[in-house]
Design a protein around this ligand. Structure first.
Ligand code: K1U
Ligand code: ZN
Length: 169
């Protein structure tokens, strides 16, 4: 297994729209394992392939307290969303240290393949629902800061670029 480097906002590669996974083969299963290990090591509750510079529709998530219930969603498709929406505090491993409110559907139903290639339907509420919507946005090349005001987004961009310049020194 391997830890994968996570792209940081405003890296232009985060705006790439992912392509469907053609086949759940050994390469994809290895990517699922590496992404799960990377998510746990970074102390995240989710990770999209886009964030590790792989532009295929694959997400890993674990919102369990014990961090022992990893979910793999390959080619996820939103098949239902609740009419109710809610403002939730979100963070992102690609925008370290920034947390802000984003409005999301309260509940979603998603169809996706698991790591064995089997098609499953997931009914999600609460943090799982928020995390699925956040990760599916990554696959569309959308980072959560896009939902914030241009003023906030520009401040975050400036802060991230400064932190990246200082880290390179
Ligand atoms: O996509 C990512 O970068 C992972 C992201 C997922 C996420 C967190 C919170 C709301 C929506 C999506 C993270 O894991 S950020 C770090 C984190 O563990 C966390 C932050 C806020 C609340 C709960 C967890
Ligand atoms: Zn994110």
């Amino acid at each position: 297994m391997a830890l994968l480097p996570i792209l940081c906002f405003p890296d232009p590669r985060l705006y790439t729209v992912a392509k469907p996974v053609a086949a759940v083969d050994a390469r994809i299963r290895a990517l699922c394992r590496d992404m799960t290990e990377t998510m746990y090591e970074a102390k995240g509750i989710g990770l999209a392939a886009t964030q590790v510079d792989v532009h295929e529709c694959l997400i890993v998530i674990d919102v369990s307290d014990k961090r022992d219930q990893a979910l793999v969603l390959i080619n996820p498709e939103l098949v239902w969303r609740s009419p109710e929406r809610h403002l939730n505090e979100e963070g992102c491993l690609s925008v370290p240290g920034i947390y802000d409110g984003v409005e999301r559907f309260d509940a979603v139903r998603v169809r996706a393949c698991d790591a064995t290639g089997q098609l499953r339907t997931i009914e999600a509420t609460g943090l799982l629902s928020v995390c699925i919507q956040h990760e599916m946005d990554h696959l569309l090349g959308r980072v959560f800061v896009e939902y914030l005001s241009p003023l906030k987004r520009n401040r975050i961009k400036t802060k991230m670029l400064k932190a990246q310049r200082e880290a390179e020194r």
